[in-house]
Design a protein around this ligand. Structure first.
Ligand code: NAD
Ligand code: UDP
Ligand code: UDP
Length: 324
C-alpha cells in the first residue's frame, strides 16, 4: 500500500536487522528516513547501501536520552532482541524499552506523530494457551534471566496504551514473532543463524533440549509489509496485533531442513535447554488478517534459501574464500 504523500519517518534501531529493512522499504515508498541507532547491536554495514540516498539520514543516538526532531511517523524498534544481546546488559535492556518508550512517546506527543512499537511474542512468556491470541495476558517470570526483555516490552506496551488513553496519541503495537532473513546477526545465538552458520561450516548443529520445542518463523519482507499495514490502519485501531507466521515447526525439523538446504555434512548434537525457554510458540494472526488484510507469503524453504545465500556471502567476505 502506498502513502499518498512523502513523510518524515523516524526509525529507532534503524541499523539493526529489522530496522535496516524497514528503512530500505520506507525509502522505496518515497519517504524521508531518519535512522536513529546507538550501534549497540546494529552495524553500519547494515545501512551502508543506504548512505548515499538523498532521503536517508543516519544519527547516532541512545533512545534512553531525549530526542528533539520533527517527524510525522515513528517506528520504535530500538532494543537488543536476542537473549545473548539483551542479557549482556540487562539493566540497559530494561532502560531501553522503558525510558526509550517514554522519550519516543513524549516526542510523538509534542509533534503529533503516529508511533508504532515493536513489541514481541515474548510478552506471552512461556504460554499456557496455544496458539496465542492478543487476548492472552501471558505467563511471564518477572525475576528470571529473560525478564529484562519480556517485562521491559510489557511495560512499553502499558506506556503506549496509557499515552493513547491519557494523551490521545495515535499508537500502534505490533507483537512480533520470530523473524528471520538477510542481515540477521551471525553470532547472536538465534536458532536460524546458529543452524545456518553451523551447517555452512559443516560443524555439529546444536539442538537445545530434545528439539521438540516449536517456533514459527516469519520472513523479514513479510513482517515489514505488516508494519506498514499497521501504521496505515485506521486511527481507531491500535492493536496489539500479532505479526508472525502461523506455520509451526519443531527445532529438530528446522535443523534437518537447514542441513539439507545447505547440502551440509553436519551432524545433529543435543545440548541442555536454557532456563525459561518457551516450549511452544505460534501466533494466531486472525486479527492481522481481519484488520490489516495481512498474512505472510514467503514459504520457509524460500526464505531460508535467501538467508543462507546472505550468510554464504558474509562468510566469503570475512574469510576471503569465495567457495565458502
Ligand atoms: P537488532 O538487535 O538487529 O536491532 C535493534 C537495534 O536497536 C540495533 O541496531 C541496536 O543497535 C539498536 N539499539 C539498541 N539499544 C538502543 C538504544 N538504547 N538506543 C538506540 N538504538 C538502540 O534486533 P532486531 O531483530 O532488528 O529487532 C528490532 C526490534 O524488533 C526490537 O525492538 C525487538 O525487540 C523486536 N523484535 C524482533 C524480533 C525478531 O525476531 N527479530 C521478534 C520480536 C521482536
Ligand atoms: N521528549 C523527547 N522529545 C520530545 C519531547 C519529549 O525526547 O520532543 C521526552 C522528554 O525527555 C520527556 C519524555 O519524552 O521526559 C516524556 O514526555 P512527556 O511530554 O510525555 O512528559 P514530561 O515532559 O512531562 O516528562
Ligand atoms: N535453539 C536451539 N539451538 C540453537 C539456538 C536455539 O535448539 O543453537 C532453540 C532455543 O532453545 C529455542 C529455539 O531454538 O527453543 C528458538 O531460539 P531463539 O533464541 O532463536 O528464539 P526464542 O527462544 O527467543 O524464540
Amino acid at each position: 500500500m502506498r502513502e499518498t504523500h512523502s513523510k518524515r519517518v523516524l526509525v529507532t534501531g534503524g541499523a539493526g536487522f529489522l530496522g535496516s529493512h524497514l528503512c530500505e522499504y520506507l525509502l522505496g515508498q518515497g519517504h524521508d528516513v531518519l535512522c536513529v541507532d546507538n550501534f549497540y547491536t546494529g552495524t553500519k554495514r547494515n545501512i551502508a547501501h543506504l548512505l548515499g540516498h538523498p532521503r536517508f539520514e543516519p544519527m547516532r543516538h541512545d533512545v534512553t536520552f531525549p530526542l528533539y526532531v520533527e517527524v510525522d511517523d515513528i517506528y520504535n524498534l530500538a532494543c537488543p532482541a536476542s537473549p545473548i544481546h539483551y542479557q549482556n546488559d540487562p539493566v540497559q535492556t530494561t532502560k531501553t524499552s522503558v525510558h526509550g518508550a517514554i522519550n519516543m512517546l513524549g516526542l510523538a506527543k509534542r509533534v503529533k506523530a503516529r508511533i508504532l512499537q515493536a513489541s514481541t511474542s515474548e510478552v506471552y512468556g512461556d504460554p499456557q494457551e496455544h496458539p496465542q491470541t492478543e487476548h492472552y495476558w501471558g505467563h511471564v517470570n518477572p525475576i528470571g534471566i529473560r525478564s529484562c526483555y519480556d517485562e521491559g516490552k510489557r511495560c512499553a506496551e502499558t506506556l503506549f496504551m496509557d499515552y493513547r488513553r491519557q494523551h490521545k496519541l495515535n499508537v500502534k503495537i505490533a507483537r512480533i514473532f520470530n523473524t528471520y532473513g538477510p542481515r540477521m546477526h551471525p553470532n547472536d545465538g538465534r536458532v536460524v543463524s546458529n543452524f545456518i552458520m553451523q551447517a555452512l561450516a559443516n560443524e555439529p548443529i546444536t539442538i537445545y533440549g530434545d528439539g521438540s520445542q516449536t517456533r514459527s518463523f516469519c520472513f523479514v519482507d513479510d513482517l515489514i509489509r505488516g508494519f506498514d499495514a499497521l501504521m496505515q490502519s485506521p486511527d481507531g485501531f491500535c492493536g496489539p496485533v500479532n505479526l508472525g507466521n502461523p506455520v509451526e515447526h519443531t527445532m529438530l525439523e528446522l535443523a534437518e531442513r537447514i542441513v539439507s538446504l545447505c547440502h551440509s555434512r553436519s551432524d545433529i548434537v543435543f545440548r541442555p535447554l536454557p532456563s525459561d525457554d518457551p516450549t511452544r510458540r505460534r501466533p494466531d494472526i486472525s486479527l492481522a488478517r481481519d484488520m490489516l488484510g495481512w498474512e505472510p507469503e514467503v514459504k520457509l524453504n524460500e526464505g531460508l534459501s535467501r538467508t543462507i545465500a546472505y550468510f554464504r556471502e558474509l562468510r566469503a567476505a570475512e574469510t576471503g574464500d569465495l567457495a565458502a
